[in-house]
Write a protein that binds this ligand. Structure first.
Ligand SMILES: [Zn+2]
Length: 302
């Protein structure tokens, strides 16, 4: 697959196909450092953001250095993720026809949690080290990526992509089409992904932590993604906003690093008592449907 294959064709929004797109800003990889600037565009119609790399200036090796951890969910925080999954994971029917497959499952913490409730659960993960850790813990995680997933005609009951969709380098319409093909009639697709229409995206701009330059290729707006999945036959069963305090404080921290030390950002990013404030603020923003991430429970139309 060629690099920048997420772009439909020059100038068109990869999410809705509108020609009304414009350059928004260029940003660097603030997580791992580096000088290279990556230009992001915004669709004026659906508000989605997308990376338009300069010819020859985006590669997997640059985007995912060896220190990139696909398994950042530390084992010692397992209790936390178990609680987190229980609390935030959408409610699925008791009986699922077909397997539950998580793409980008890391070391398989969610796979483990789901395995206690459903008979057929497996994870797929690109990172070899994460797959090894999963295997050592006895979790069914296989090495593979979205582009090479094959089930030999067997259909999947639930497909899970938790903060994965925005990393894919396939074209958004191809991703949706493929998900539709893989799923059973009535099957579910769970997506959690950054929100291009969020308060944080508007306020922090190029410093917005969920941009995760240059690993996030397409950042969807809620309306853009819903319109796209509806076109391919998915119905929205649930929509939730799941922005976190960490996204706000980390974005504020990036602004401070760049010397833009506004008092409000200082409060969000630095003051310990205000980290509780950031949690409250993140919850309030979610209530107003402007959280930094959103979660969709989709069902393939019967
Ligand atoms: Zn668009």
């Amino acid at each position: 697959m060629s690099v920048a294959s997420w772009l439909s064709s020059a100038g068109l929004c990869p999410v809705c196909g509108s020609p009304q797109t414009g350059f928004l800003f260029s940003s660097t990889d603030r997580f791992f450092g580096g000088e290279q600037l990556y230009p992001y565009f915004r669709c004026k119609r659906c508000e989605s953001l997308f990376l338009v790399p300069i010819e020859g200036e985006w590669s997997f090796a640059d985007a995912y250095p060896s220190k990139y951890a696909a398994h950042s969910q530390l084992e010692r925080l397992r209790w936390y993720h178990r609680w987190f999954s229980t609390y935030f994971f959408p409610v699925l029917p008791k009986h699922i026809r077909g397997r539950i497959v998580e793409i980008g499952s890391g070391t398989g913490l969610l796979v483990d949690w789901l395995s206690r409730r459903y008979p057929e659960v497996c994870g797929m993960e690109m990172d070899q080290h994460a797959v090894e850790l999963a295997s050592r813990a006895g979790r069914p995680v296989v090495r593979g990526d979205w582009e090479s997933i094959a089930f030999d005609g067997e259909k999947v009951g639930v497909l899970i992509m938790n903060q994965v969709l925005e990393h894919l380098i396939s074209r958004p319409d191809e991703v949706v089409q493929r998900a539709f093909q893989i799923l059973n009639q009535g099957g579910f697709w769970v997506i959690r992904t950054p929100n291009a229409s969020s308060w944080g995206s508007r306020v922090f701009g190029e410093y917005w932590h969920p941009l995760e330059v240059p690993r996030h290729t397409v950042i969807y707006s809620v309306s853009g993604l819903i319109e796209l999945v509806a076109r391919y036959g998915f119905a929205v069963r649930q929509l939730r906003f799941t922005g976190r305090a960490y996204d706000l404080t980390q974005s504020a921290h990036y602004m401070q690093e760049a010397g833009r030390n506004a008092w409000f950002m200082h409060l969000l990013g630095r003051c310990l008592p205000l980290s509780c404030g950031a949690r409250f603020w993140a919850s309030a923003i979610n209530l107003f449907r402007r959280g930094d991430s959103f979660e969709l429970l989709l069902q393939k139309n019967i």
